[in-house]
Design a protein around this ligand. Structure first.
Ligand code: MGD
Ligand code: MGD
Ligand code: MO
Length: 774
């Protein structure tokens, strides 16, 4: 059968399907009872922070403040399976490289520090002491510290991240490629320009007060399921929820909250989106500008008729810079340009604007559908513009809300993981520790890959993550990693990045967030994290460590630091033995952490003050700044549509994955089962290609840099998505995302707008990209 992998879509998100899936996941992890007990401690005042996502926790944590994907994330970590030295003795790295991401991580938790042996092509066990000493020697031997790249994935705690940046800066570089470079970088850059702080301005409580919530480019049903609970409560109280998403996402349509007993008993569900608009990929800036245009038209009409104004003139006058120029820029943007680029009609956009104008308090949330385009920073500026018009920032129930990905990606940035650190932070470090820190800006992800490819980088250290699979042009990045003198991966489970060893290569296994972390006195240590709403709270594991040989991330960083920069200035061991000491240093060098250790003990932790939420604008103008540029000349979608055979591809997440970690092969909400090599496409586009659902194709990259990029053997799935836009899963499709295509000002890979075409009959042209997994 051609399309045996296409099945029924869940009729609602959440509900019994989610509970069933939780049970299955817990059973699969091999220890259902411990798993269930573990889940009861997730996001509770005295438990651990769920590693699933960065959504905030409510004031009175119910005993089930977790979700289906939290269960998956936690049971993935709490699995009984082990990737022991025996496992590595049985398989060469070349053999392991043939496994899919899913098959590889299924082997379970890493148990011992391992060092790569070129002769046998295997990883062999090594002692911690030997590993630290050799890593230290190689780092000390480089001709410049700038020849090394120190990657962070956003799961690292504040304590681990702070110690890491401290060590790396003492060693002498600001090369901090970070997962956020591929994620919400554009939000940070755009919001800093607009409102003086690169973070969202709302609290969880604001969702209880908003009259309307605009959700752009985000799929919370899969990626932030606990957010759906807040959207559901808002919908029930009558708030409008306006969705902009090219794809009909089940979780944004109907949701049955596993935590709502009545709804579950009666098989009921709540409609989430009151309005669902499907713009073209990259068309959001045009859509938002269109809404502003409609607001201005309504304002003119109100003034002419002597009705009350629709603009918040007091806010615009007292707080904003550039309003008149923005008005002029909007007037100069034609409805036909807006319609062409957004793919929405003027009537649809006016309808959305009506919802906006009828609401006193509006929240706007967004995620990767907004941030992973060429013009993401401009789009985020335009969203801010639109929200300024009616003063929807710095008042209860209103504000800007970029919804972060990794559970502590925001905290890592706050405590200094930043390739472009501020002078104020560097000055504070020098005052606190008394050594000279490097001042030159360092490498972000794309710059780090560039340096690895041209040979100027020699060493890579990864604090978590899966660099090779998360980054664009997988085949090139694999080559770049193998070119290095040293690769070090601090990780919980084996992944493909570990299988691209440099001349010397280590895998260093660490404790996960769910595990008890004891210091030398046998006292449990607590770490802390910051969520999307800038709440900082503690996290303490409750499970026995997966292996007695594991060290905490903090202890591993301390070990590498001691071997590299010595302990004369900083006693790394003392810091690693009591994380409260690290927090004291954070308090002394990062604003907002007054009485960190004390306030961490409060049930929900504490809030880091957000200046913009108080209508204080930390911008050069001292105001909230309007952005007055025009729309992009054309989007990738518009360029692709100049030829019938070309499409704009977005790479997104299935319901069964956490970034590069693949939990399973189903995508229940989209009705796809047992298959990840799929391309979602409009039925009329299928017809025009002479193809049907289930047909096999190769996906060919159409980026114009002379490099051939092909992802082989994908299958079409007919779907509710605009014509000309297609979608498929990351990381498999990262072979097609070009390193050369990066967002203006954000330098984020444009993984939501990749120009592609299709070659029928699978095998016709199946070259180089096999290397992607290798
Ligand atoms: N279970 C689970 N949870 C996760 C993750 C995970 O992989 N699994 N990842 C975590 C991380 S690191 C992150 S960053 C977040 C990611 O959370 P999301 O941003 O929700 O992740 P994506 O799957 O990339 O989904 C992007 C959504 O944007 C839409 N979209 C794509 N392009 C456009 C566009 O041009 N305009 C509009 N309006 N919409 C568009 C897509 O159709 C899709 O619905 O989730 C975090 N939480
Ligand atoms: N094409 C495309 N590419 C993308 C994206 C996209 O939407 N499309 N999204 C981008 C985004 S938003 C992000 S955030 C990045 C994600 O990039 P990364 O953060 O680099 O990737 P992850 O898949 O989250 O990392 C998974 C690995 O982390 C390790 N790990 C898990 N838990 C822990 C822990 O507690 N400690 C340590 N030390 N290691 C741990 C495990 O070994 C696991 O294999 O990918 C980006 N890449
Ligand atoms: Mo992310």
């Amino acid at each position: 059968m051609k399309s045996d992998f296409i099945g029924k879509k869940s009729s609602t998100a959440g509900g019994w399907g989610a509970l069933k899936s939780c049970g299955k996941q817990l059973l699969q992890s091999g220890n259902a009872i411990a798993g269930a007990r573990t889940m009861l401690k997730a996001n509770q005042p005295h438990g651990f922070d769920c590693p699933g996502c960065a959504w905030g926790d409510p004031e009175h944590g119910s005993s089930f403040e977790f979700c289906e994907n939290g269960v998956k994330a936690v049971s993935w970590e709490a699995t009984e399976k082990r990737a022991t030295p025996d496992f590595f003795a049985k398989h060469t790295v070349s053999d392991l490289a043939k496994l899919s991401d899913y098959e590889l991580e299924l082997n379970g938790r890493l148990t011992h520090p391992m060092r790569y042996d070129h002769a046998s092509d295997k990883y062999l066990p090594v002692t911690w002491e030997d590993a630290f000493a050799e890593i230290g020697d190689i780092l000390k031997g480089l001709s410049s510290p700038d020849q090394s790249e120190f990657y962070t994935s956003g799961r690292a705690s504040n304590e681990a991240a702070y110690l890491y940046q401290l060590f790396v800066r003492m060693y002498g570089t600001n090369n901090f490629p970070d997962c956020s470079n591929m994620c919400h970088e554009a939000s940070g850059v755009g919001l800093k320009q607009a409102i003086g702080i690169g973070k969202g301005t709302v609290l969880l409580e604001d969702f209880e007060k908003a009259d309307a919530i605009f959700v752009l480019g985000q799929n919370p049903g899969t990626n932030h399921p606990r957010m759906l609970g807040d959207l559901r409560r808002a919908a029930i109280r009558g708030a409008n929820i306006v969705v902009f998403n090219p794809v009909r996402e089940r979780g944004l349509e109907r949701f049955s909250d596993p935590q709502a007993k009545l709804e579950m008993l009666h098989g009921g569900a709540t409609d989430i989106a009151s309005h669902y608009f499907q713009p073209l990929l990259g068309g959001d800036m045009a859509a938002v500008r269109g809404m502003s245009k409609a607001v201005f038209a309504a304002e003119d009409a109100a003034v002419a008729a002597g009705r009350p104004s629709v603009l918040d003139h007091a806010f615009l006058r007292d707080h904003c810079q550039g309003f008149d120029d923005y008005r002029a820029a909007v007037d100069a943007t034609s409805w036909s340009d807006i319609e062409n680029q957004s793919g929405l009609t003027r009537a649809q956009i006016e309808q959305a604007a009506d919802v906006y104008m009828s609401a006193e308090k509006v929240i706007c949330t967004w995620a990767m559908g907004i941030t992973q385009h060429l013009h993401s920073v401009a789009t985020i500026r335009e969203i801010s513009n639109f929200m300024f018009l009616r003063g929807n920032i710095g008042k209860p129930g209103a504000g800007l809300c970029p919804v972060r990905g990794h559970s502590n990606v925001q905290g890592d940035r706050t405590v200094g993981i930043n390739e472009k650190p501020s002078d104020a932070f560097l000055d504070a470090l020098e005052r606190e520790f008394g050594f000279n820190v490097p001042r030159a800006h360092g490498h972000n992800v794309l710059a780090a890959i560039g340096a690895m490819l041209d040979g100027s980088a020699k060493a890579f250290v990864g604090l978590g993550g899966n660099f090779a699979r998360a980054t664009p042009d997988s085949a090139l990045v694999a080559k770049a990693l193998r070119n290095l003198d040293l690769t070090v991966h601090i990780a919980t489970k084996p992944n493909h990045s570990h299988l691209m060893p440099g001349k010397v290569a280590f895998i260093l296994p660490c404790l996960g967030r769910t595990e008890i972390d004891l210091n030398s006195d046998g006292q449990p240590q607590v770490v802390s994290v910051e969520d999307s709403m800038s709440m900082v709270h503690g996290s303490a594991g409750i499970n026995r460590p997966a292996s007695p040989h594991l060290l905490s991330e903090v202890a591993i960083i301390a070990g590498i630091a001691e071997a590299t920069v010595g302990s004369q200035t900083i006693s790394w061991a003392a810091l690693a033995d009591d994380y409260a000491r690290i927090r004291d240093h954070i308090e002394a060098t990062v604003p907002g952490f007054v009485e960190y250790n004390t306030r961490l003990r409060q049930p929900r932790g504490f809030h880091l003050r957000n200046s913009a939420a108080h209508r204080e604008w930390d911008t050069p103008t001292g105001k909230a700044n309007f952005f007055v540029g025009g729309l992009p000349t054309s989007t990738v979608h518009q360029q692709a549509r100049t030829a019938q055979t070309r499409f704009a591809l977005q790479t997104f997440r299935s319901h069964d994955q956490y970034n590069t970690t693949v939990y399973g092969l189903d995508d229940r909400y989209r009705g796809v089962y047992g298959e990840r090599n799929v391309i979602f496409i409009h039925p009329d586009d299928l017809a025009s290609l002479g193809a049907e659902s289930g047909d096999r194709v190769n996906v060919v990259g159409e980026y114009d840099d002379g490099i051939t990029r092909v992802a082989t053997d994908f299958r079409f799935v007919s779907y509710d998505i605009p014509r000309g836009s297609v979608a498929g899963y990351y990381p498999e499709l990262n072979v097609l995302v070009p390193l050369g295509s990066a967002g203006d000002q954000s330098d984020t890979p444009t993984s939501k707008s990749v120009m592609v075409s299709f070659q029928k009959d699978g095998q016709a042209n199946a070259p180089a990209n096999k290397d992607a997994a290798a």
